[in-house]
Design a protein around this ligand. Structure first.
Ligand SMILES: O=c1ccn([C@@H]2O[C@H](COP(=O)(O)O)[C@@H](O)[C@H]2O)c(=O)[nH]1
Length: 314
């Protein structure tokens, strides 16, 4: 996590902005005349670059959610990759929300998100995705995770594994108490133990954090605080702040005693901030619309930064 931690310390801001474009989050002028998935994907790219340009100096990272891009097929995937590349060129850490998980042999192919195209004699590996970290699903157990850990270590990148997700029905599985566990342990708490184990050999001597992070939702602050104690070497990605109802007050227990250890995500709250403006002007041009999106996103991102600082200072 050293690369991420350096970026957080450089900006003094442990937040990540989700690049989750969807038609309803774009000013309609940007989609005027769109006839094909490629037209929509091009509009997404213009939207994303406007947001990145507005924020790159005050945030450490972006989190593009691949679902929004996959919805457009090949053109969407191209925009996803171009967005990642553009964000990296602006100095941002790109945490791609891809939530992969499969049997070991297939997970090895998914791990190409981090380590590049397959190893073929005489051919270099190509970094086709331009990602610094990915999200991973632990449901298949350690053989589904191991290829990602190997790829992360080899490339000095990171993974964030789902532990306690922000959605309301996460309780259906993640809060189940494991029969016979002493003291009583939920599935999420058991995953916490596995994450410490999976990351152990990858810990950074200086920061103490491993290459294996955890996804812990801001919407479950009590459980999140418990998980923080169970995972002292595991950095948290914290979604659920803002649009899902998580607040600054919910974040306090998710950071470590140095005010580090968590990266708080907001997607709709930042890229859709322009829709919440007291007055939305009629946009004469696409450039006007993008400038308004950018100004609103910056204002919202700065407010989020202040809110998190107050939570850490508590
Ligand atoms: O537990 C989880 C894991 C991932 N997410 C993702 O984060 C963003 C949240 O978007 P908002 O607009 O800020 O609600 C989105 O990409 C989710 O897929 C999550 O919310 N919770």
């Amino acid at each position: 996590m050293r690369v991420l931690i350096n970026a957080i310390q450089r900006t003094g801001n442990p937040s990540v902005i989700g690049l989750d474009p969807r038609p309803e989050l774009l000013p309609s002028i940007l989609l005027e005349g769109a006839q094909t998935p490629r037209d929509v994907a091009d509009a997404y790219f213009a939207f994303n670059t406007a947001v990145i340009d507005a924020l790159y100096d005050i945030i450490p990272a972006v989190k593009p959610q691949i679902a929004m891009y996959e919805a457009l097929g090949i053109a969407g995937i191209e925009t996803f990759i171009k967005t990642n590349e553009y964000a990296q060129s602006r100095g941002l850490y790109v945490l791609a929300d891809i939530k992969r998980g499969d049997i070991g042999s297939t997970a090895a192919s998914y791990a190409s998100h981090l380590c590049g195209t397959p190893q073929i004699e005489g051919m270099p590996r190509f970094d086709v995705w331009h990602e610094d970290a990915v999200t991973v699903n632990p449901y298949l157990g350690s053989d589904g995770i191991a290829p990602f850990v190997t790829a992360a270590v080899a490339t000095n990148k990171d993974i964030f594994v789902l532990a306690k997700t922000s959605n309301p029905s996460s309780s259906e599985l993640q809060d189940l108490v494991i029969d016979g566990s002493i003291p009583h342990e939920t599935v999420a708490e058991h995953v916490a133990g596995l994450l410490e184990e999976w990351g152990e050999s990858t810990r950074d001597k200086e920061t103490g954090y491993s290459h294996v992070g955890a996804v812990v939702g801001a919407t479950h602050p009590v459980e999140g605080t418990k998980l923080r104690k169970l995972m002292p070497h595991t950095f948290f990605l914290v979604p659920g702040y803002g649009a899902q109802g998580g607040t600054g007050a919910d974040l306090a227990g998710l950071f470590d005693s140095n005010g580090l250890g968590a990266l708080v995500n907001s997607s709709r709250g930042i890229i859709g901030a322009w829709k919440k403006a007291a007055e939305i002007p009629e946009f004469a041009t696409r450039e006007d619309a993008l400038a308004f999106v950018a100004r609103s996103a910056r204002k919202a991102a700065l407010a989020m930064k202040d809110d998190i600082s107050q939570a850490i200072a508590q």
